[in-house]
Design a protein around this ligand. Structure first.
Ligand SMILES: [Mn+2]
Length: 280
């Protein structure tokens, strides 16, 4: 039986990453795969990339690596977007920027007879958002191959990041898994009028997969488990400050209370799909 830890969306949060890596080590799990978005938002981006490179056997590209490390047409960007781009680019050195720019889009392997595919967000592009409240037909897109996937088969188990909240869904005989986010979890975002409790604050999330690697036998055992860990958020925030983190106050609200800075954008996209955001 092989155990694989899947981590995602670290976003420059070193304290959260160290907490997750310690937990993985304590469990004696030797294999770690990363789904991207190591950078952007927090200030400790270089240290996070260094640790991920040291510890992870597989690393794929997230939308943040794609967006911040590639050439951007500045004439198309707003002033705040330009400030974000410049700030994030300065957080990693040139060699790291090259490494991030060249990360693969996808990784695939067999586990207990299932084709497991890792992507950041969607088989076509690392930017498209398919959430845990989207319609099943739309979610099924996640299993499909594209010109960017390594094989042209439908995945049996699709693992993606991008949502910043852990998620598991079975559709027919296929499974969607999302490990949530190590460093920018929005896991406890709730409408305070409903069942939310901000005192719980956010936790670091990751996923453990267990099965027989490289086996094509469906009869082999397979299991998955989401881990939620408290970490020292205040300590991480002390390494950020108003001068060093251009969006410090928004960052603080996200880390402490899971209040996503672009929630209005998410609400609009839910409404576009005919989903009432207040009912989630
Ligand atoms: Mn992300």
């Amino acid at each position: 039986m092989t155990e694989i830890a899947i981590i995602s969306d670290i976003h420059g949060n070193l304290e959260a990453l160290k907490t997750v890596l310690n937990d993985i080590e304590k469990r004696n799990i030797k294999k770690i795969f990363c789904l991207g978005d190591i950078i952007a938002k927090g200030v400790n981006q270089q240290a996070c990339v260094d640790l991920v490179r040291e510890k992870c056997a597989v690393v794929i590209r997230g939308n943040c690596e794609d967006f911040f490390m590639n050439e951007v047409d500045f004439t198309q960007q707003s002033a705040i977007a330009m400030a974000r781009i410049n700030w994030n680019r300065k957080k990693v050195n040139q060699e790291t920027a090259e490494y991030l720019k060249n990360l693969p889009f996808c990784y695939e392997f067999y586990l207990s007879g299932r084709l497991v595919r890792l992507i950041h967000a969607h088989p076509e592009t690392c930017y498209r958002f398919i959430g845990n409240v989207d319609k099943l037909e739309r979610q099924y897109e996640l299993f499909l191959p594209s010109r960017n996937t390594l094989s042209d088969k439908n995945a049996d188990i699709l693992i993606y990041g991008h949502l910043h909240t852990p998620y598991m869904q079975k559709i027919y005989n296929r499974v969607i898994l999302n490990p949530g986010s190590v460093g920018n979890s929005l896991d406890i975002y709730r409408n305070p009028l409903k069942d939310g409790d901000e005192r719980n604050t956010t936790v670091a999330n990751y996923l453990i997969l267990r099965g027989v690697e490289d086996s094509h036998n469906w009869e082999n055992e397979i299991s998955y488990e989401i881990i939620n860990l408290n970490y020292d958020i205040e300590k991480e925030l002390r390494t950020n400050d108003i001068n060093d983190n251009i969006e410090f106050n928004k960052y603080k609200e996200e880390l402490l209370h899971g209040k996503y800075r672009d929630m209005e954008k998410v609400k609009r996209s839910l409404q576009d799909q005919g989903i009432d955001p207040e009912k989630i």
